[in-house]
Design a protein. Structure first.
Lengths: 310, 237
């Protein structure tokens, strides 16, 4: 069966920089999260998928067709771009109707009303979008992407800039669309967001696909990785000696104001440290993980991907 | 025609577009001055329509609107809604050209009304008044097409366009008769001025009106095709 959206060894460069490097994946009905830090290549991948940019190598196929050349392929895609730009002077209904006409929808008014109902904006359909909040504008953007009943829905950072309630509404909407059988691909740099929505996750690091699978699998993979913890303490040598024998500890280094520990079991470390401090007459001043940011997580996945390739 | 409608609306809602009424008002000023002074020589028609409206005002207005028609969409990101639609890039370029030409015609309308009044005052005849309007609109269309294309090819399209209008059309093509064959405003003047009798020799167009129409239509078509080709090749934001 032809995948709805397929990347086949796709690469894209901007001068010397690899924006997307040798990426292959296929999207099927359901929600797929495209996870990566800022600059990882998510937006470039989305531009490639929608035909806005040309790959330097490889092929992109939507329903087996090139989205840059085929109107049929483009008609199968609904895009919610990252930018906030909307045409001026239009009501929500006017804007979605215009998008329906651009995509050759046979009854634009009816289709636009249906799409606005899906995003719960029908009651403000006749208001100018200029006065809309960011959350409402985001929903208008989703409505215009749905107006022609696409088989593939692509959203670039759809949760950016939304308040918690808007975020919840959008997450629920994405799940609902996924359940309806639309192949939904959305990008994010926040793992917890992706975990809540996606059935499947693709992780991009520096333009390369370094991991893919279920969110749960990804979480397990991340939990397995060794963590670095900075322990600021007096009597660092004695504490370091005690830490070296703990289960899960992989390395211990003395630093300027304490000890830097690498462990696979941070919980055991947290439990053991107070007892160790008492035993060594040390004063614990702070215990802080140094690599809980996403960059570190992605760095680990990259290194792991390299090791797997070897 | 959704692209045209959206673009016309966006262009006319911009406050900056109203600033283009300033060069248009120069036509009104000279028409008014000419009527107040009681000028009756046919040269006045050729100077105000051919040299001022067609050679300077129309290209300037079309330049700003055509470059904005594409530039604003790229800047605001709304171009992605067009580029991911089912319509071809050639059609997008053609509709952008049409929108820029329509807006140019709308902003030029006070000047077009003024040249009708001037034509009646000078008694140049209905034919020549209509030629003046048709020539101006054709020039507006060719410039809209050419500057939409330039907007897709060149980063500083406004600067390039102004240099082109001032240096080539305003100076070289006006002074050197051989260069007229490659001047879009000269093609326009061939339509607006070739039917006026009694012009001083310097103002008589060297090209015929039919040649002017054909050249303008061909240039418009080529510019639209090139713009569509360029839009199809380029990566969009």
């Amino acid at each position: 069966m032809t995948p709805l959206l397929e990347f086949d060894r796709v690469s894209k460069w901007f001068r010397d920089t690899v924006a997307v490097g040798d990426v292959s994946f296929a999207i099927e009905p359901g929600v797929t999260g495209l996870l990566g830090h800022n600059g990882a290549g998510k937006s470039t991948a989305i531009r490639l998928a929608t035909g806005l940019a040309r790959p330097d190598e490889g092929a992109i196929r939507v329903l087996g067709l090139d989205p840059r050349r085929s109107g049929t392929a483009r008609a199968a895609i609904g895009l919610v771009p990252d930018g906030d730009g909307l045409w001026p002077g239009l009501t929500a209904l006017g804007l979605v109707v215009s998008c329906a006409r651009l995509r050759g929808v046979s009854n634009p008014q009816e289709a636009a009303r249906r799409a606005l109902t899906t995003v719960d904006l029908l009651d403000v359909a006749d208001r100018n979008v200029k006065g809309f909040s960011q959350g409402m504008r985001q929903r208008v953007k989703i409505a215009q992407a749905l107006v022609h009943d696409p088989q593939v829905l692509i959203l670039d950072e759809p949760l950016n800039g939304l308040d918690p309630q808007q975020r919840e509404t959008t997450i629920a909407l994405l799940r609902e669309l996924g359940n309806q059988g639309i192949a939904t691909l959305f990008s994010s740099h926040v793992l917890t967001e992706v975990e809540r929505v996606a059935d499947r996750v693709l992780v991009l690091v520096n333009g390369r696909l370094v991991a893919e699978g279920s969110p749960q699998g990804l979480r397990e993979l991340m939990d397995e990785r060794p963590r670095r913890v900075q322990v600021v303490t007096t009597n660092a040598r004695a504490v370091a000696a005690g830490l070296a024998g703990l289960p899960g500890v992989e390395s211990v280094e003395l630093s300027d104001d304490g000890v830097l520990v690498e462990t696979r079991d941070p919980t055991a470390l947290a439990r053991a440290l107070p007892e160790l401090a008492v035993a060594t007459h040390a004063q614990l001043r702070s215990i802080e993980p140094t690599d809980e940011d996403l960059e570190s997580v992605y760095g680990y996945l990259t290194q792991r991907a390299r090791e797997t390739r070897r | 025609m959704t692209v045209t409608r959206l673009t016309v609306r966006a262009l006319l809602l911009r406050r900056r577009s109203l600033a283009l009424l300033l060069p248009v008002s120069s036509v009104l000023f000279f028409v008014g001055l000419s009527i107040v002074r009681g000028d009756v020589v046919p040269d006045i028609q050729a100077i105000i329509v051919g040299r001022l409206l067609v050679t300077t005002v129309t290209p300037l207005v079309a330049l700003v609107l055509a470059v904005t028609a594409i530039g604003d969409e790229r800047e605001s990101g709304t171009i992605v809604y067009l580029a991911t639609a089912r319509i071809s890039r050639l059609r997008i370029a053609a509709e952008k050209t049409l929108a820029a030409a329509i807006c140019t015609a709308i902003l030029l309308s006070p000047a077009l009304i003024a040249i009708v009044i001037l034509g009646i005052h000078l008694g140049v005849g209905t034919d020549n008044i209509l030629r003046g309007i048709a020539g101006t609109l054709l020039v507006a269309t060719v410039y809209a097409a050419v500057f939409v294309m330039v907007g897709l090819l060149v980063r500083r399209a406004l600067v390039a366009g102004i240099l082109y209008i001032l240096v080539w059309e305003g100076a070289i093509a006006t002074i050197a008769p051989s260069a007229e064959r490659f001047s879009m405003t000269a093609w326009g003047r061939a339509i607006t001025d070739s039917g006026i009798y009694g012009l001083t020799p310097d103002l008589v167009p060297t090209l015929g009106a039919t040649t002017g129409v054909i050249a303008l239509v061909v240039a418009t078509g080529l510019a639209v095709v090139l713009a569509g080709w360029r839009l199809g090749r380029m990566d969009l934001p």
